[in-house]
Design a protein around this ligand. Structure first.
Ligand SMILES: C[S@@+](CC[C@H](N)C(=O)[O-])C[C@H]1O[C@@H](n2cnc3c(N)ncnc32)[C@H](O)[C@@H]1O
Length: 265
């Protein structure tokens, strides 16, 4: 990594590129991280540092690959499940629940752990549903669509749900699980950039946009939450991450006192 001596100007150019493309706000503390991501792309494209910066500057496809490398994709099954549990309990109280198909959008779904977490709990209650799961990164979407995970991702999954909807891997997949088809068939994975893409046509009973706004500044977060507001049905739910807040943002959501990371339209 010694060969990467990123000048202030180069850092700022890359920071601006990442910000304008994805909304991700790279502050100076992220310099070393950025260098390691550049090194990764240099290895893969077999380019020297200066050549890589020129290549990135002139190649839209590489910008997509670069953003893909820069995103933080950490996620696991049943992460911050209180808000999901609450949404599902409210769906289950709905007088029309036997006739209704609940529509959920996981708007920064990463490797799929979150939409599958929602799906197994809805299925377990016998509710009818469809989930749109989107992310800016095509790499995580490929993993999500495959539905195969290492066992360390499923530590928090309750045993009855694990037994019912997860298949144990054998042979080269020992130590892995696969999500059963009866779950995967309810979920569509698609690429979607929260700051650039037009909203999907459907209106959703719940939108989850969790643990992505921590990488955005206030201006971008405000734009994103108000954009997503339009995709939610009246009295529908909006969930953010436990470490996130809508404080200091202009918006029309009403908070749910019991669950600080959950809002209602
Ligand atoms: C830390 S993960 C959160 C995953 C999941 N929601 C959770 O809470 O476990 C953040 C995800 O946001 C995605 N992301 C970052 N910027 C985005 C954007 N502009 N549009 C859509 N997704 C974005 C990243 O690719 C990453 O997969």
């Amino acid at each position: 990594m010694d060969s990467i001596a990123l000048s202030k100007k180069e850092f700022n150019n890359l920071k601006n590129l990442v910000y304008s493309t994805s909304g991700i706000n790279l502050h100076e503390g992220k310099l070393e991280l950025l260098k390691s991501k550049i090194a990764k792309r240099m290895r893969l494209t077999k380019k020297s540092f200066k050549d890589y910066l020129r290549y990135l500057d002139s190649n839209e496809k590489e910008v997509i690959e670069f953003i893909d490398t820069v995103t933080t994709n950490h996620s696991f099954f049943f992460r911050e499940n209180k808000s999901i549990e609450y949404i599902i309990s409210q769906f289950n109280l709905n007088p029309q629940k036997d006739r209704k198909e609940f529509k959920i959008w996981c708007a920064a779904c990463s490797t799929g752990d979150e939409p599958y977490t929602v799906a197994v709990q809805l299925k377990n209650l016998g509710l009818s549903f469809s989930i749109l799961a989107t992310d800016i990164s095509h790499t995580v979407l490929d993993i999500a669509a495959r539905g195969i995970y290492k066992n360390d991702k499923i530590q928090k999954v309750p045993l009855p749900i694990l037994r019912r909807f997860f298949q144990n891997g054998t042979g080269k997949y020992t130590g892995h699980i696969k999500i059963k088809k009866e779950i995967t068939r309810h979920i569509v994975f698609e690429k979607f950039n929260l700051i650039a893409d037009p909203l999907p046509q459907a209106n959703f009973d719940a939108v989850l946009c969790r643990n992505v706004m921590i990488y955005f500044d206030l201006k971008t977060s405000e734009k994103v939450i108000n954009k997503l507001y339009q995709a939610i049905i009246p009295k529908g739910f909006f969930a953010i991450g436990n470490a996130e807040s809508l404080m200091n943002l202009n918006h029309k959501y009403k908070s749910i006192r019991k669950i600080p990371s959950l809002y209602i339209k």
